[in-house]
Design a protein around this ligand. Structure first.
Ligand code: SAM
Length: 233
């Protein structure tokens, strides 16, 4: 039998190898077209009933923030990323969409332990939600640590942290494709890799959060929703 090796793909910086660049600066992430409706189905129930601020970390092209902001006019969305090319793309999507509730992107680097976000008036109030899509496997473990400690600092009492991506469960991969993806990530950078829900629960615990809901997604991905832990007296 002739076996065709599976292509294991991941993108670090969108548009870097694309030729030619998009004329108006709006980069396109192919995965966005596959995952945004499933992700929306997992987060809409909470977000649609909320007002306040939503911070996205590692927004990439800006397509998720633009799409979800259009669907939640009572929320204000704050996209962010580390690459200037991504910040430019988010600005371009923002211009294109013309949404009052999609704010200018800001540079937030989750390798910085005491990272913070800025509202337009430089204040940074408690957040209704935080969203982080396909970031934790393609960054060092301290990014996950700082995401959770930040959520512990910045989420309001009834807020949620939503994380999307491929995850292990109790030390095991959930599909052969995730095993191959994990190996490819670690070969590219030993600090990267598919994270285990069990380890993220430990980080959540340390930040005063708890795993509220797990939503299965297509292609062996999950949306994990974390909320503030209820104190036991
Ligand atoms: C695979 S892309 C996903 C982008 C976008 N969330 C999406 O799903 O289309 C990973 C993103 O993580 C961001 N990222 C990597 N390291 C980061 C860090 N230390 N702090 C914040 N974002 C980071 C990258 O810039 C990139 O936009």
């Amino acid at each position: 039998m002739h076996l065709v090796p599976t292509m294991v793909k991941f993108v670090v910086e969108y548009g870097k190898d694309s030729d030619p660049p998009p004329p108006d600066g709006r980069l396109d992430a192919p995965a966005f077209h596959r995952n945004h409706e499933p992700i929306w189905s997992a987060i809409a129930g909470f977000l649609k009933g909320q007002t306040g601020d939503v911070l996205e970390l590692g927004s990439g092209t800006g397509q998720h923030a633009a799409t979800f902001a259009r669907r939640t006019p009572r929320l204000t969305w704050w996209p962010s990323d580390i690459y200037s090319s991504h910040l430019d793309s988010i600005r371009a999507w923002r211009r294109h969409e013309g949404l009052a509730n999609l704010r200018a992107p800001q540079r937030i680097d989750l390798t910085v332990p005491d990272w913070n976000w800025r509202a337009d008036d430089d204040a940074s109030g408690p957040l209704a939600a935080m969203l982080c899509i396909n970031v934790l496997h393609i960054s060092p473990w301290r990014v996950a640590q700082n995401l959770f400690s930040g959520a512990g600092r910045l989420l309001r009492a009834d807020g949620r942290l939503f994380i999307y991506g491929p995850f292990m469960r109790d030390g095991a991969h959930t599909a052969p494709s995730n095993t191959a993806f994990d190996a490819a990530l670690r070969a590219e950078n030993p600090e990267w890799g598919v994270r285990d829900v069990r380890d993220l629960r430990t980080l959540a615990d340390e930040a005063g959060l708890s795993l509220f809901e797990i939503s299965p997604m297509p292609a062996n991905n999950l949306v994990l929703a974390f909320a503030r832990a209820v104190r036991q007296n």
